[in-house]
Design a protein. Sequence first.
Length: 579
Amino acid sequence: MNRRAALLSGSALAMAVLLGALAWIARTALALERGQAEARARAALEERVRLALWRMDSSLAAFLAQENARPAGGALPGGDPMRPYLRLRFEIDSTGRLAVAGGPASDADRRLLARDPLLAALAQAPLAAPRPESPLQAVAAARATPTTRKPEETRHRKDEASPQLEAEIANQAMINSAEFSQRQQIAAPPLVPIGSPPLSPVSSASAAPIPPISPSARSRPADRTARIKTPLQPVWRDGELLLARRIERGGGEALEGIWLDREAVRAWLLGPTRDLLPAADLRPAPNGEKVDPGRQLALLPLRLDPGPQPAPEGLGGSPARLGLALATAAILAVALAAGLLIAAALRLARRRDVFVSAVTHELRTPLTTFRLYTEMLDEGLVAADRRGEYVATLRAQADRLGHLVENVLAFARLERRGAAVAAEAIPLGSLLQPIAERLSEDLGRRGLAVSLDLPPALASERARADPIAVERILQNLADNAAKYAAAGESPRFDLAVTLERRNALLTARDGGPGIPRAERSRLFRPFHKSAAQAATAGAPGLGLGLALSRALARSFGGDLRYVEREGDGAGFELALPRA
């Protein structure tokens, strides 16, 4: 493997490793950022779920407080505000008899509200049967109950009390106990209608008090003798949600409860949460089912399903993506610069190889001629009549070496110092006629005729140029003509001058074979022709003359370009800026 292949392979491997590391870093950073976005989305979801559960539990707390404050076997005055969310109210006594508020119970209601399965679902013992109560027990209960009578009205000795008085005292004690118990209940917060905003904390001072028991309620013995034993407990029964509590009436127990309309309750509870969780839903959570505590209501066996959530936002223009984009752009720019630098180094190495090869070939031929001819002349091996011929050959080879060295040095100076040279305003006649005479003498020895077409009217036109640079340009063009056109049908080198608005155009044409179209795009590249091509073509050279000529022309503001022409031969146009 040569050095060029090793350099390319090493550069490609280093770039692949760099890009692979960048890809891994980008993937890791994006994964971390995606994880953070998802974590933020989950935290926001949990906060919305927590707030939604708080809103629903607040509404349920008001509802359950009001239902627990309802007297056993009685009703609050002013109607039933929870009627839209209930299917029916029921009561089951110890014998299994079912009583439904508002009308008779259907067979389906009786099957759903069967006593024993309902008690088993509530995990409660069977109801106790009624037992008779003695008058003495009633009197003791009345004495243990707070009373509003004056002390002097109740201070009677036991032996002075008649049975009628004992009964009256017991009756009045129960009435006072019911009033006292109801007044001591904490007022329940107002119910939240469907679609209303969330509840705000309600102070006890602003809470509406529970209305007192009406006189008509006092007149019902069933309400006066009933007593609540347990608060309302929720239970699922055949897919329906029930609330039930145990009450005691007449020495026996009964089961009192309500059958909730699940869809109405669902719409009521989800209404205030639509701004938080638009796709949320409430699903049953039967007893014994494992439910995430962060998703279950605290007061009813229902679990909150937040529904599908949108994808995490904030990834489009995130700082990580912007940083990765900038880092990728910087690395690609560095890679491009490194690639251009490597390409320039390879091109320079290639030019150096071509230069060394061409210079070696160009120097070997004249040096060999010098050595051979000088040895022959020194040893007297050349006849006296042919010595002039040998000397002329040595002179031509010396001129060739001088021209080669001058081109290389001039090209090196232009590349090292830049393209600016000193230019002066000079008449075209004074500039071109001496150069044409010297070219005619040189090319005449090589078999080419030189002609200069400079009209007298243009001879006095002044152009800005460097005479030395112009002569070197024309010498290079003439040298190419001598190499390729000397053996043609019309060996000549013609120069013609024309004017345009800004430039004086000097056109040089020869009678050689011309330049193939495929080679024209590479005419002005340095070292375009290698030593092997020069040797094969029979026209030695470095391939540096045209590149040097264009650089010299542009150094004083002119230009050199190839021009198409009809017939054989090559044509070049040298633009000289008018003064």
